[in-house]
Design a protein around this ligand. Structure first.
Ligand SMILES: *[C@@H]1O[C@H](CO)[C@@H](O)[C@H](O)[C@H]1NC(C)=O
Ligand SMILES: *[C@@H]1O[C@H](CO)[C@@H](O)[C@H](O)[C@H]1NC(C)=O
Ligand SMILES: *[C@@H]1O[C@H](CO)[C@@H](O)[C@H](O)[C@H]1NC(C)=O
Ligand SMILES: *[C@@H]1O[C@H](CO)[C@@H](O)[C@H](O)[C@H]1NC(C)=O
Ligand SMILES: *[C@@H]1O[C@H](CO)[C@@H](O)[C@H](O)[C@H]1NC(C)=O
Length: 347
């Protein structure tokens, strides 16, 4: 009997070691080097939240973070050294909403010769929120023009803006249809998608907005969506669970902290299904990366394409060998492999 148990354990262990989707095979993040300024109230350097990473015209990598009016850092490689160089906004956002002095969750993309930075204005737990836009030709601090509101949510707004939180913007250019899309949302009815107008500064109502993902359970904790495309599949990545304010003596029940999930579709408008075939709007979503080893609450993710010829997933996490504090959150990254058309992270 004992032998049988050992044999079964051995088979299960081997199955896990050969199953590229098993949490047992989640890689550690690459350790990065860079400035550490959070003790002075400054974000950037190694300490980022909801990062967005792009390659600049000078060959450097640039990261953009929540806080510090969109903190900008640069490094010669994803491993660092990440140097904090300033902010996107010169002062508070032109958007007249609470939180305009502490913008969140930027998403920076290059379109032609211009960089577009979509950012969020809100306060914790409020859906009176706005997504704004700033543009630059160079990515450098001081070079950005703030164009203000692209989308606003609130209780008196038109549906679905009365039941969504207009933060966590994600610009996606559909390589097949040429459409420019704005995915967004955080809690309430979770993740939605609008078509952007030609100027990329406002949304269209026709075709109508699309509901991409919804967790009907509890507080509907989905946010931070990011869309990517690889080899005929569209992937909708998002962060699920409690993002912030971890207290080591009162952590969320296991599995309720942040994790990175996704579904895939043959269309950028969905439906996005997970590995079980469950639609993301019905609570589906396969966990690509979650807490393990010294990594806790990974999320705020994005995909960087063609890093030495491969796709990379970057994200923030807390290294528990230091602390669980928000101010110790840092940038992590791993390569993406595609197994039967499903992304898996590898070191
Ligand atoms: C990252 O650094 C920590 C602390 O020094 C170390 O324990 C860990 O093994 C390192 N991780 C990798 C992937 O090298
Ligand atoms: C933003 O303004 C609010 C209200 O005045 C203030 O309480 C908060 O400390 C400010 N935040 C930052 C990061 O400056
Ligand atoms: C949003 O507005 C629609 C009508 O436009 C209404 O049916 C719905 O109940 C509203 N939702 C919320 C959460 O207020
Ligand atoms: C952390 O949790 C403990 C136990 O519930 C509590 O006593 C403490 O006040 C919490 N700390 C913070 C900073 O909330
Ligand atoms: C499939 O569903 C099962 C049972 O609900 C769940 O435990 C598992 O995590 C799901 N797998 C994926 C890939 O979503």
């Amino acid at each position: 009997m004992l032998l049988l148990v050992f044999a079964l354990i051995a088979i299960a262990a081997r199955a896990a070691s050969h199953d590229p989707f098993s949490p047992a095979n989640w890689p550690l993040p690459h350790n990065i080097t860079g400035d550490s300024l959070t003790s002075t109230g400054q974000w950037g350097g190694v300490h980022v939240h909801d990062p967005s990473v792009v390659k600049g015209p000078d060959g450097y990598y640039y990261s953009f973070s929540t806080h510090n009016l969109v903190a900008i850092s640069k490094a010669p490689s994803l491993d660092g050294y990440w140097k904090f160089i300033g902010s996107v906004l010169k002062g508070e956002s032109v958007i007249p909403l609470a939180g305009r002095n502490d913008t969140w969750a930027p998403n920076v993309v290059q379109i032609g010769d211009t960089y577009y930075c979509y950012y969020s204005v809100s306060t914790f737990g409020s859906m009176d929120s706005g997504i704004g836009l700033a543009t630059s030709r160079t990515l450098q601090p001081g070079s950005w023009t703030d164009h203000g509101l692209v989308l606003e949510s609130g209780a008196t707004k038109e549906y679905p803006l009365n039941d969504t939180n207009a933060i966590d913007p994600n610009f996606f250019h559909d390589p097949k249809t040429g459409e420019n899309l704005l995915n967004y949302g955080s809690f309430w009815s979770d993740i939605w998608q609008f078509q952007l107008a030609k100027d990329l500064k406002s949304v269209l109502w026709k075709p109508p907005p699309v509901h991409l993902s919804f967790d009907p359970v509890g507080t509907n904790p989905e946010e931070g969506s990011f869309m990517s495309y690889h080899d005929g599949w569209y992937y909708l990545w998002y962060s699920h669970g409690i993002c912030c304010g971890y207290n080591v003596s009162a952590l969320p029940p296991p599995g309720q902290e942040y994790s990175i999930r996704l579904g895939r579709s043959k269309s950028s408008h969905g439906p996005f299904l997970d590995r079980n075939g469950t639609d993301l709007v019905d609570g589906g979503g396969y966990i690509v990366y979650g807490s393990h080893d010294y990594v806790y609450g990974p999320g705020g993710q994005g995909v960087l394409q063609d890093y030495h010829g491969r796709d990379v997933l970057y994200y923030h996490y807390v290294p528990t060998y230091i602390s669980y504090l928000d101010t110790d959150k840092r940038l992590g990254w791993d390569y993406i492999d595609y197994v039967d058309g499903w992304p898996v992270l590898v070191y």
